[in-house]
Design a protein around this ligand. Structure first.
Ligand code: APR
Length: 320
């Protein structure tokens, strides 16, 4: 159990995070920070605290609209951002406008972490994932161990769920890895997908797997279309907590995460979805795994997309 975990952004994902951190007793205190008036963060924490006698957990909360509530947090999970929704004039913001707004929010988030919990290990969920983690790294100046993005655990969970459904087996039997950037170019690694330790092709036909991999790449959008008012929020929160628990309990668990590459896969200085070992120091190791020629080519294409996003971040940061 940690002394304190901080959550930034108390919206849909942040709300699930605070509930689960409390229920799973991951920390004695939970901090929730959100800029939303009148006092969204305080309201969400009060609601959970008032339910605590029913489920039987003791947790203390530090909630508010300023970053000082994060003081002393050992792990911080960042969900702060604005979604793509119509502007007051009814038009939708362009991708660039949205990126600019979210990078501005990320600069505030980074400054808050730096001031109040500079040694915390940071797990970032906010989208666009690749751009936000890249920017956070610049603001925090954090080494590779201390900053990590959550995307691969969720993308792989989606792949695992679809494979389990098609194979007619328990989700617990399916292992999978989805690597690369968190977007259309993500790469489900079929050669690493196993059902009860056996190659997935023994259970699911190749053309069905093609469909599953395409569905995995657009799974976030599928949920957005169905919900109508927002994006997936339970599975991203659970996925980030899978990472947090590996860190809190020093599990040395390997999972796909967005980690800073320092020469691995031929890349320097970009955050890319790769298998990494998570323990009490955060990202303790990045693993280079064998890939088929086709998977390697797909990963290279995805890395190019991540590199283009990083360039966009540089040009926006340079103009703001
Ligand atoms: N500091 C803290 N919180 C902020 C800030 C800021 N500077 N700016 C915005 N927020 C808050 C908003 O007030 C909102 O409550 O971030 C919260 C985001 O919550 P939601 O809009 O409900 O979004 P959610 O579904 O939780 O997703 C959060 O994770 O998966 C990604 O795409 C998703 O980027 C989004 C993020």
């Amino acid at each position: 159990m940690l002394s304190k975990i901080g959550v930034i952004g108390g919206g849909m994902i942040g709300g699930v995070l605070v509930q689960e951190i409390s229920r799973r007793r991951l920390a004695r205190r939970v901090a929730l920070m959100d800029v939303m008036p009148p006092e969204l963060a305080k309201g969400k924490c009060l609601d959970i605290a008032e339910g605590s006698p029913v489920l039987g957990f003791d947790a203390g909360y530090d909630a508010g609209r300023s970053y000082d509530v994060l003081e002393g947090a050992e792990v911080v999970i960042n969900t702060a951002g604005v979604p793509r929704k119509p502007k007051p004039d009814g038009t939708l913001p362009t991708r660039e406008e949205l990126l600019k707004i979210n990078l501005g929010i990320t600069d505030q988030v980074g400054a808050g972490i730096k001031k109040y919990c500079p040694d915390a290990i940071v797990i970032s969920i906010a989208n666009p994932l690749d751009a936000i983690v890249y920017r956070l790294k610049q603001v925090l100046g954090a080494g590779r161990e201390r900053l990590v993005g959550m995307a691969g655990v969720l993308d792989s969970a989606r792949y695992r769920y679809f494979v389990a459904e098609a194979a007619g087996v328990s989700v617990e039997n399916v292992e999978a890895l989805v690597l690369g950037g968190h977007g259309d170019t993500m790469v489900p690694i079929r050669s690493a997908c196993r059902v009860a330790g056996l190659p997935v092709e023994l259970f699911v036909e190749p053309d069905v797997l093609d469909g599953i991999e395409a569905r995995t790449r657009s799974a976030g959008g599928e949920v957005v279309k169905l919900i109508g008012t927002g994006s997936a929020f339970v599975s991203p929160a659970w996925s980030a907590l899978e990472m947090a628990e590996a860190i809190i309990y020093d599990k040395k668990k390997v999972m796909p995460v967005s980690a800073l590459l320092e020469g691995e896969y031929g890349v320097e200085g970009l955050y890319v979805g790769v298998p990494a070992l998570l323990g009490s120091n955060g990202v303790e190791k990045v693993l280079e795994i064998p890939l088929t020629d086709d998977e390697r080519a797909q990963l290279d294409r995805s890395i190019d997309a991540v590199r283009n996003t990083a360039r966009e971040v540089e040009s926006i940061a340079g103009t703001s």
